[in-house]
Design a protein around this ligand. Structure first.
Ligand code: NAP
Length: 374
């Protein structure tokens, strides 16, 4: 395969990826007997690539990344066709696949030929999806599944008795993650209240939201608490910041008949700077988040008869990063069969990857930004 030309967008300096990435020639990847090499057809871009590109050297090294200055290829979501397969791989040449290569190795998916080891979650591309749509799903879908099903404990397959009884508040309903969350929560039989700006209200309603809060003109916490759907089995935060934290007690459900439900799950955390890495890593730098985790855990651990319980324990809270699990990706076809859609904000040809990052950096994308490989 040494005669097959590889090509990648990579950076060697910190900064906005719309300005730092450079197109370079790369060797075709060497691969082991359990690996595959995927000829990439599409790669979605995500805010986390921008945040990784701003990480201090110490954090990069702790995460196993090469030091800044070593060429780093961004992006993690991919779809494509298996171009080469190791002898022990379950995949064969020609298989159409999609997956998520979420690591700090610097071998991201903005390259024409990508080595994919068996540790990376990969599924067969759902036949109803184009390569562009299939590349837009893995990261946001696994994130939402982790938040609503794993941490939120909402049943992915709800029983008829569950339907209509629970409600979910989604902060950032028009975002890549929030839009999938609105659809998944609705499919799971929940009432959905979502925040977004007025210009995106009709779009978020069309995904299934029962009630919209315009974050630009309304007080999100007060409106959410006043809703007929409050309190919420899950508050899912795709925005970040601390505005809603003082209201946790009134937002998050406490129901003796459903003692496992009731949690505030954030994938961002207290930080508000879009260039700073959020999720579970931010628990290292925001001790108040850790304290909230602990107080929430005490709700489960302490007996109800303890007089000081309400003073020590708090509502369940988790600042999380997605779980990378093939079993989560395996549920995408069910999500699609139930009417789930892939929301694409915009697509850019491979040669215009810088423009794709510029769109992402605007923080105004509605759904996913995807780079298509010709
Ligand atoms: N921890 C994890 O595992 C994990 C996984 C995925 C993503 N994330 C993080 O989650 C965040 C969201 O990611 P994403 O890909 O979903 O973002 P995105 O699609 O780039 O978000 C852009 C959208 O957010 C909306 N928005 C901006 N500010 C808002 C606010 N205050 N309230 C409500 N909506 C607002 C914008 O709508 P308007 O134009 O109307 O403002 C726009 O539609 C990022 O910080 C990302 O790094 C974390």
């Amino acid at each position: 395969m040494s005669d097959v030309k590889n090509e990648a967008w990579q950076y060697t300096t910190r900064g906005r990826l719309s300005t730092t990435i450079q197109l370079t020639q790369r060797p075709y990847p060497t691969y082991g007997e359990e690996d595959i090499v995927v000829e990439i057809r599409a790669a979605a871009v995500n805010p986390v690539e921008e945040q990784i590109a701003q990480l201090p050297d110490l954090m990069l090294r702790l995460g196993g990344a090469p030091p800044m200055g070593t060429p780093f290829i961004p992006s993690q979501d991919f779809s494509g066709v298996v171009h080469a397969a190791g002898l022990k791989s379950p995949w064969k040449v020609g298989d159409e696949v999609c997956g998520l290569k979420l690591d700090l190795s610097g071998e991201g998916t903005l390259q024409r030929y990508l080595r994919v080891p068996p540790s990376i979650p990969v599924i067969r591309k759902p036949s109803s999806l184009s390569f562009t749509e299939a590349a837009a799903m893995p990261l946001v879908y696994q994130t939402v599944y982790t938040a609503l099903v794993s941490y939120g404990r909402l049943p992915f397959e709800p029983s008829p008795e569950d339907t209509g009884k629970r409600s979910v508040l989604i902060l950032g309903g028009s975002s890549g993650t929030g839009s999938v969350a609105v659809m998944m929560a609705k499919q799971m039989g929940c009432k959905v209240v979502a925040s977004c700006s007025g210009k995106n209200a009709d779009f978020v309603k069309s995904l299934g939201a029962d009630e919209i809060i315009d974050y630009r003109t309304e007080h999100v916490a007060e409106k959410a608490i006043a809703s007929e759907h409050a309190p919420y089995a899950v508050v899912f935060d795709c925005v970040g910041g601390k505005d809603l934290i003082p209201y946790l007690n009134r937002l998050v459900l406490s129901d003796p008949k459903a003692p496992k439900l009731g949690i505030f799950v954030t994938i961002v955390g207290d930080k508000t700077d879009p260039d700073v890495l959020g999720g579970s890593v931010s628990n290292l730098t925001y001790p108040s988040q850790v304290l909230r985790h602990i107080r929430g855990a005490l709700t489960d651990l302490l007996p109800n008869w303890l007089p000081c319980k309400s003073w020590i324990a708090g509502k369940r809270y988790a600042c999380i990063s997605l779980d990378q699990k093939t079993s989560y990706l395996d549920t995408i076809p069910v999500f699609l069969q139930r009417g789930g859609k892939v929301i694409i904000d915009s697509t850019f040809p491979f040669a215009e990857a810088k423009e794709a990052f510029a769109k992402l950096e605007s923080s105004r994308a509605v759904g996913k930004v995807v780079v298509e490989f010709a």
